[in-house]
Design a protein around this ligand. Structure first.
Ligand code: NAP
Length: 253
């Protein structure tokens, strides 16, 4: 019998980019499932602190940890803090991400570098830092929040799609490499989810057009992604590894 209310009890879960949007919903879900949760933020310290205060209460502990996930030293410092205060990370959710919209010819060197650094190098750095203790315990869960753009590609989002496509390849490769050590690595490919990222990306007309294409007839909500993430984080789901789950309301980019 699986009791979802305490299915992650005794485990330490680090969620990157958990100050807002999808990461925030994943942190809430992990805490509700009994995990000790480390909420990573970069710029939104107040939002992260408010979330920790909101989650204060019975069940797992919650801490906030600042780091730019694209910076190796900051990632190492973040993990050191989590290990000191909560213990080694059992469950890693690589969620932090940034977007860029524009023609490829309007994509500057810095735009390209930033997207690859945050969306792809970040998960690489965090996974590399998390793995040794997971291997030692012979248990670990890594969930990478990719995108349907990384599966299907998208006009005017080549850099974003390339970073997410790379993240999917990273997930599958690491799943094969770490699977024998009791670690699963899976990716979630969300469709459009109602967060700051989506709102910053689309004007009203584009929003209406996109909504009309969603078979579900509604926007994805951060909680839709969080529920899928909990599924992959569960210790019971040890035979699901290297998969890419579309959570897109039936839309295929
Ligand atoms: P969001 O609302 O813009 O939130 C982005 C989060 O990432 C924030 O918590 C932000 O933290 C964090 N972040 C950004 N750069 C960071 C860095 N260098 N280091 C650490 N944290 C950083 O975005 P979202 O929609 O929730 O997106 C979450 C993930 O889902 C992203 O990977 C995104 O690509 C993916 N996704 C989103 C959609 C969608 O439609 N929304 C669709 C497919 C995939 P601070 O504010 O603290 O800096």
């Amino acid at each position: 019998m699986i009791n979802s209310m305490d299915s992650l009890r005794g485990m330490v879960c680090l969620v990157t980019g958990a100050s807002r949007g999808i990461g925030r919903a994943i942190a809430v879900a992990a805490k509700t499932a009994g995990a000790d949760v480390a909420v990573n933020y970069f710029r939104s310290e107040k939002a992260a602190a408010d979330l920790a205060a909101q989650l204060d209460g019975p069940g797992g502990r919650v801490i906030i940890v600042k780091a730019d996930v694209s910076d190796s030293e900051q990632v190492d410092f973040m993990f050191n803090q989590v290990e000191r205060r909560l213990g080694t990370v059992d469950l890693l959710v690589n969620n932090a991400g940034v977007a860029f919209k524009g023609l490829l010819t309007d994509t500057g060197d810095e735009d390209w570098a930033r997207l690859i650094a945050v969306n792809l190098t970040g998960p690489f750095l965090c996974s590399r830092r998390a793995l040794p203790s997971m291997v030692k315990k012979r248990f670990g869960r890594i969930v990478n929040i990719a995108s349907m753009q990384g599966v299907c590609g998208a006009s005017c989002e080549a850099a974003y799609a390339a970073s997410k496509g790379g993240l999917i390849a990273l997930s599958k490769s690491l799943a094969a490499e770490a699977g024998p050590s009791g670690i699963t690595v899976n990716a979630i490919a969300p469709g459009p989810v109602m967060t700051d990222m989506l709102l910053a990306d689309l004007d009203e007309e584009e929003m209406a057009g996109l909504l009309s294409l969603l078979p579900a007839g509604r926007w994805g909500q951060p909680e839709d992604i969080a529920r899928a993430c909990l599924f992959f984080l569960s210790p019971h789901n040890s035979y699901i590894n290297g998969s890419v789950l579309a959570v897109d309301g039936g839309w295929k980019a």
